[in-house]
Design a protein around this ligand. Structure first.
Ligand SMILES: C[S@@+](CC[C@H](N)C(=O)[O-])C[C@H]1O[C@@H](n2cnc3c(N)ncnc32)[C@H](O)[C@@H]1O
Length: 290
């Protein structure tokens, strides 16, 4: 990135080489995303502007972004933005970056007709471990005829979720709370509880790729020695908070299906099923409160 570069095509090429030398995954994509932000255009529109001259100021900004990416910082944190279920979410080190597999979790919840029926009153839907708020704010956008509570033990995450709620115009639709489920949800009141809580075993956290390990909040990843500590607690708490017939949806690790099924059955849930993500990996546990 030191040569006197001026054209967009050259800037992209130099940035891509810089990142590739540092073994950063998807180096070209990262550079294109940075350049698109800088030039305030869609990524695909860059292809019409390869000959465009980049100003010294733009070049400096591009360099700063590429250097951060070269150190392993996720592009979603550098740009402070990511897409989830077709909406834009502010993303920074206060919370986990929303993942595509969590969109599958949201789809499963939306598909469950009995949750959304208003014949028996407005449903209360709770998101535990809300992070950026991507799950609850998507549900609230897609299904406005429900009451929503979102909870997180991280005050930082709740602040970020609140910023996202405001940006999406949903600040009056979702109640955001710092703490744990039993503090905010009365017994037998929720029709659905959705949770993507930490489920990675502590020793595996140490082996995660650098961009995850060094940048995303540990509190969002570490599920204790066997990865199931938080899931054990939520299964118990959700069993109290759900109405009879209410449903629990959990995102889980791909090798946790059998263990989570056992935990849910032991806490009085029935119809426990484990469903797969788009890559055919076990990813979602679904259960009904008896
Ligand atoms: C894996 S992140 C998921 C964030 C977001 N729901 C998503 O899908 O992108 C887990 C979140 O759960 C929060 N958390 C961890 N333990 C919790 C608990 N016992 N109760 C509520 N939130 C918890 C963390 O602070 C973190 O924000």
């Amino acid at each position: 990135m030191n040569a006197p570069i001026k054209k967009l095509a050259d800037v992209l090429k130099a940035g891509t080489e810089y990142l590739a030398e540092r073994n950063i995954e998807h180096p070209r994509l990262i550079c294109e995303l940075l350049a698109a932000r800088l030039l305030n255009c869609k990524r695909l529109d860059l292809y019409l502007q390869f000959e465009a001259v980049i100003s010294a100021k733009q070049l400096d900004a591009m360099r700063r972004g590429v250097v951060r990416a070269g150190k392993g910082e996720p592009i979603q944190y550098i740009l402070k933005q990511t897409e989830f279920y077709g909406r834009s979410f502010k993303t920074d080190s206060r919370a986990l970056i929303p993942r595509p597999e969590t969109e599958t979790l949201v789809e499963k919840v939306l598909a469950e007709k009995k949750i959304w029926s208003i014949e028996t009153g407005r449903p209360l839907v709770v998101d535990v471990g809300t992070g950026t708020g991507c799950i609850v704010l998507t549900l609230a956008s897609e299904c406005p005829n429900a009451d929503y509570v979102a909870i997180d033990t991280s005050a930082d995450a709740i602040e970020l979720a609140r910023e996202n709620a405001v940006a999406l115009g949903l600040q009056d639709s979702v109640t955001l709370r710092h703490g744990e489920l039993p503090e905010y949800v009365e017994a037998e009141s929720a029709r659905a509880i959705v949770a993507n809580l930490p489920y990675i075993p502590t020793d595996i956290c140490e082996q995660l790729p650098m961009n995850v390990r060094n940048y995303e909040p540990r509190q969002a990843l570490d599920g204790g020695p066997d990865g199931l500590s938080v899931i054990n607690v939520i299964a118990q708490d959700a069993a109290c908070a759900l109405q009879s017939g209410g449903m629990l949806f959990l995102e889980i690790g791909e090798d946790q299906g059998a263990a989570v099924t056992e935990i849910l059955a032991a806490n009085g849930f029935s119809d426990v099923t484990v469903e797969q993500d788009l890559n055919k990996r076990d990813r979602i546990a679904k259960a009904t409160m008896s």
